[in-house]
Design a protein around this ligand. Structure first.
Ligand SMILES: [Zn+2]
Length: 653
């Protein structure tokens, strides 16, 4: 019965094209999740690490439920247009759309690469290599008119065959397990009919080229206006194997199509499954007072009877940045059961939101769940409306076998930079919650990359000093190429967040705040040793004067008007792999924002996409393949070594 209701909803959905899902298509049929034999896998053991190309070194490998690639992943994008629908943008435009840092055309919040760098905490660097445009044999209308997805399959075969002379497909088998991870076909013009023709989807093929199987691909439309939702969503199916989250809402990009330009983040459960953020495991014996930042960790409470399959997970979700489209903030609780294939019917979901305002899973109105639940403020647990989760309060929320969960969360606080809550229902009195004079509420929660993530973070006690200052830390990270002339990189300091914390407008920052360098022990230093509002630091982050023969090594010159900073280094003092942490702060009245900037020194590299046009170079420069493996050196006369077609990276000696 439930299913019938659901399909009623589904057909009315056809009238709302912007809400439509892009599908997974396997052997010509729409499926909600890849069947077992077709699931993407990733062999993390043989991936191209350690390599200077990796944005970050992978943290401790965890056993992920879904494919979990890490580091730099090369993805192939093939462009195709038609006699009745010509290429609306150039190859360079597409390269920017997919890869360029800070891409913002037509209002996009970054490129596809930016999106995955953000949601993965910098652990997945999805880089697309673009070839095209190929003119298809038939007009677009021909492919669109064929039944089901046969038009797509036909186009896919054509495109793969055409590009074989230019592309080495084996390059996109990043983990060298015999199958490629990511091949994208982007076609000119808009998607037309849901479930037919070239409608965007993640697909499957039996093609084999250049010694590898091209199993998974995805097809995305390019109507001429840029947006990143479809590409990001289809990559979710194709690379990780995540299912479509029907009956779920806007709370994940694998759920509803909430926003095309600024698609919502991947939900924190999937993020933790990838190892992008740590899980913090909680049992029914635990009692603790927690403080957590948005998207920082995922709390997990496993069903003791089925620990490998079922559990409740929750995290602090705040409607800013990638989650801006969400209508509320607070603890968002989810119930997962890996034994359920995807989200195929409304009352049995592989992953569902436990709505804070709902009586329980079966009592959630189907219409509130899909297709247009969007998101709601009262889905979140928070102080104002739903400060507690327990079996008593939520009698209908049970494990799927009907038994009580035993989980108790109380004293859920107000969403701010952090949120607090009590696990186990018997927390020690919260000193800071009732007192207005928080002497030193440091929000320096454990760094996300530290997998130890202490599960109980209490604010340090007040010192006897009467100065009441609240310190918020903003952790930033940048790579800095080696330079012999102080060439800086520019880093965004999140001006709007800073303004919010200080309680002033962003354009008031430059006039109102005091600016400091912060010594490693946290003390403020009002001397500026860099340019303008800038500092030089030594290798330990101590503020020092500029001195090419001294200890000064890294500078950060802030611009309070644009809220950016230029980071650079002293020539001849750094080597690839060096890492430094420097700190600067702005203070307004009783509020301080400390920027903690991790600077990672990177070897200068050049990307070579066409061997013939890069004939000359510095003799002896090392040449690496896409996985960061050395494949040769430039000869004494500066020529490239003899290599097959493809993309390489040259490391400047
Ligand atoms: Zn989908």
């Amino acid at each position: 019965m439930k299913t019938k209701i659901a399909f009623g909803v589904l057909s009315s959905l056809l009238l709302l094209p912007t809400m439509l899902f892009a599908d997974i298509v396997y052997q010509g049929k729409r499926v909600q999740e890849w069947p077992e034999e077709a699931r993407p896998t990733f062999n993390n053991q043989s991936a191209g690490k350690p390599s200077f190309l990796l944005a970050r070194t992978p943290v401790t490998q965890n056993k992920s439920h879904y494919a979990a690639p890490k580091g730099k992943i090369y993805s192939l994008t093939l462009l195709v247009d038609f006699s009745d629908q010509k290429a609306p943008v150039s190859v360079a435009d597409v390269e920017e759309w997919l890869n360029k840092e800070g891409f913002n055309r037509d209002g996009c919040n970054g490129s596809v690469r930016d999106y995955y760098l953000d949601v993965s905490n910098g652990q997945l660097d999805l880089t697309n290599e673009v070839f095209g445009w190929y003119r298809a044999k038939h007009p677009k209308s021909w492919y669109e008119s064929l039944q089901g997805y046969t038009g797509s399959d036909s186009l896919m075969k054509e495109v793969f065959a055409y590009f074989d002379s230019q592309v080495d497909y084996s390059r996109y088998d990043n983990d060298k397990d015999g199958t490629t991870e990511a091949i994208n076909i982007v076609y000119a013009g808009p998607g037309q009919t849901w479930g037919q023709g070239l409608w965007p989807h993640s697909g499957w093929s039996n093609e084999r080229r250049d010694g590898v199987r091209l199993t998974h691909h995805q097809m995305t439309d390019m109507p001429g206006k840029f947006s990143i939702y479809v590409f990001v969503h289809e990559s979710g199916h194709m690379i990780f194997g995540w299912p479509d989250l029907y009956w779920y809402g806007d709370y994940c990009t694998m759920g509803n199509r909430a926003n095309d330009l600024n698609p919502v983040a991947i939900n924190d459960f999937y993020r933790a499954d990838q190892g992008w953020i740590p899980f913090v495991d909680v049992t029914s014996n635990d009692v603790s007072l927690e403080t957590t930042k948005p998207g920082e960790v995922c709390y997990r409470y496993k069903n003791p009877a089925r620990p490998d399959n079922e559990g409740l997970v929750w995290s602090y979700v705040r409607n800013t940045g990638r989650n801006k489209v969400l209508k509320g903030s607070g603890l968002l609780m989810q119930h997962y059961d890996f034994s359920i294939g995807a989200n195929s019917s409304a009352d049995k979901l592989g992953l569902r939101i436990v709505h804070a305002n709902a009586a329980g899973k079966s009592n959630d109105n189907v219409a509130d769940q899909w297709p247009s639940p969007g998101s709601a403020a009262n889905a979140f647990f928070s102080y104002s409306a739903y400060p507690e989760f327990s079996d008593d309060k939520y009698p209908a929320i049970r494990w799927y076998n009907g038994s009580k969960t035993g989980l108790k969360i109380t004293d859920i606080g107000t969403p701010g930079e952090t949120i607090t809550f009590c696990i186990g229902g018997n927390c020690p009195a919260q000193e800071s919650s009732s007192s207005t004079g928080i002497a030193f509420s440091s929000s320096s929660a454990p760094a996300v990359s530290s997998s130890s993530s202490s599960s109980s973070v209490t604010p340090p006690k007040s010192s006897s000093s009467s100065v009441q200052i609240t310190v918020q830390k903003i952790a930033l990270e940048t790579t800095l190429p080696i330079s012999d002339n102080y060439a800086p990189v520019t880093l965004d300091l999140n001006g709007s967040d800073v303004a919010k914390i200080l309680g002033i407008k962003q354009n008031e920052i430059a006039n109102k705040v005091k600016f400091y360098g912060v010594e490693p022990d946290g003390s403020l230093n009002s001397n500026t040793t860099g340019e303008g509002t800038g500092h030089w630091f030594d290798k330990d982050g101590k503020i020092v004067a500029w001195d090419p023969n001294g200890t000064s090594i890294v500078f950060s010159n802030m611009d309070l008007t644009t809220m950016t900073t230029k980071i650079g280094h002293m020539p001849n003092k750094v080597k690839a792999g060096d890492s430094f942490v420097v700190r600067q702060a702005v203070v307004y009245e009783s509020k301080q924002v400390t920027f903690e900037i991790t600077v990672k020194i990177e070897q200068k590299t050049t990307r070579i996409s066409n061997i013939r046009s890069s004939k000359r170079g510095k003799p002896g420069n090392m040449i690496f393949n896409a996985l960061g493996k050395p494949v040769g050196k430039r000869t004494e006369s500066g020529e490239m070594p003899d290599l097959p077609k493809g993309i390489y990276v040259e490391m400047v000696k």
